[in-house]
Design a binder for this molecule. Sequence first.
Ligand code: T6T
Length: 324
Amino acid sequence: KKIVAALAALAVGATVLIAPAQAQDKKYTIALIPGLTTDGFYITMRKGAQAAADALGVNLVFQGAPEFNPVTQVPVLDAVIAKKPDAILIAPTDKVQLVEPLRKANDAGIPVITVDTFIGTGSYQTGAGDADFPLAYIASDNVLGGEIAARALATAIGDKGKVYVSNVKPGISTTDQREEGFKKEMAKHSGITVLETQFNDDDANKAASQLQAVFARNPDLVGVFGANLFSALGAANGVKQAGQTGTVKVVAFDAPTSIVDNINTGLVDVAIAQHPAEIGYFGVVSAYAHLTGHSIPVSIGTGFTIMDKSNIADPNISKYLYSE
Ligand code: T6T
């Protein structure tokens, strides 16, 4: 059939030949399930995914839960599987708890690609372990991100004093790896003590109260690393409420638009922006490539942009702020 179509195209003119043959045959539906729907990080990822979907003539479905929690994500996943999309892109909200729910998709013949977060160890297609079935993992290098955060915080505090990590909850691949990278780097800084991590369940208000409680117990606290958007915003608000702006240094992972004010007022020293649009774009491109018979890389690493007072006004930097 395709040969006949190609010959017909040749007969009517060369421009028709450039159109992807597969796209003419079938309109693919790719589902993107974010960690949660109301987070600038995933809203920006969706935009990148939509840009690729538009370019490829793919139907993109964005469906998620309002909070970052396997209990609310799994029913969304089940509903998506029931609709039999051609592929699923998902940011699993737990390394372990999403393995069996995602296996159902795989068993139903729906290719799975994880974006941002991974399941199991994140090594896919190895034949080892029970969570290697996703085709690919597309994300930031989160261990590296944690190391960058640690170096930035060490510089901000003059390489000495007490700091801690404000984190979401154990079991999330991204934030676990950021904490791992942060602690690995801080182990090289003998003047710095890393206090116990505070887990906030992705609740910025909780992260703010925790900052104040840690500061009350440790009046010599000099810094905090907020390991994701809500942890960082909350920790920064906690510093402000404690009247410690500029004294307790804040390094933030993620870059919502409100980070600009926080950087300009000196509340946040450095923000590490991920490139979620890039993750979404390459997620859709990878799924499409697989669906149209091409092999794809098992892992794609996307970039970071480091924002601080010296560069935040530069449009080549601020373009990486997340959408609302
Ligand atoms: O930091 C991102 C994402 O990478 C992480 O997996 C969960 O939190 C965010 O969505 C930010 O809120």
